[in-house]
Ligand binder design. Structure first.
Ligand SMILES: [Cu+2]
Length: 231
């Protein structure tokens, strides 16, 4: 359903959408039921029918059951929501999967007022080597490939948000936060800071460019500092 409005482009986007839809359906059901009963009560007990209000002390068992039963049903619904949310939270935020038992690609994401910098491993696939590629406001990754990111901030709180991945992670000064994603669609999509970080916060968008392995290899070759220096 959410995909209709916002494309999903990561392996876990569907799971996040499922939790949002589950909450919307359960809460929506109770919301419309409650509002329906509320307006029906207003209509049924309008002043022309029952001019005197009945006063309940709260001690009578009979009327109290309408509240008790409704509360218990809501709690049962909460169990489903918490169960689904914990599963998805664990998958997206607690787990750090490995690529077929090996090492995944690692990219560095650095936030600052008011830009994003990215460090990509070069063709050797390893960070902190001579062929690392640095870019500003543009992250290049390969589709169907597992990535770990190392997210940091140079100054204040920021939030690394990639709506098509359904990924949002705060960046906290002094900490390096690790997480993961795996893109399922090629294309160029928004990255947005999602934490008010100063007057230029709204001017802090970036792009994530998801490429086929061939396109990504060509981009790496065209931007590798070692290859550019050799020209
Ligand atoms: Cu911001």
């Amino acid at each position: 359903m959410i995909e209709y409005w916002l494309q999903a482009a990561s392996t876990y986007a569907g799971d996040i959408d499922f939790v949002i839809e589950l909450v919307a359906v359960i809460v929506g059901f109770w919301f419309f039921l409650t509002v329906g009963i509320f307006f029906w009560l207003i209509f049924a007990h309008r002043v022309s029918r029952s001019p005197r209000a009945e006063y309940l002390t709260g001690d009578e068992e009979q009327p109290k059951k309408f509240i008790t039963w409704a509360h218990m049903l809501v709690l049962v619904c909460d169990v489903f929501i918490v169960w689904a949310a914990v599963q998805v939270w664990y998958e997206v935020k607690q787990e750090l999967p490995l690529e077929n038992g090996g090492q995944p690609q690692v990219v560095r994401v650095i936030s600052q007022q008011w830009a994003w910098s990215f460090v990509h491993p070069g063709a050797d696939g390893v960070l902190d080597t001579a062929d690392d590629i640095r870019s500003v406001d543009e992250l290049h990754i390969e589709v169907n490939r597992l990535y770990h990111y190392e997210l940091s901030s140079k100054d204040v709180l920021h939030s690394f948000s990639v709506p098509v991945f359904r990924l949002k992670q705060d960046a906290i000064p002094g900490r390096v936060i690790r997480g993961w994603f795996e893109a399922t669609q090629t294309g160029s999509y928004d990255i947005q800071c999602a934490e008010i970080c100063g007057i230029g916060h709204a001017l802090m968008p970036a792009r994530i460019v998801i490429e086929t392995p061939e396109q990504h290899a060509a981009w790496l070759a065209g931007h590798s500092p070692t290859q550019l220096a050799a020209r």
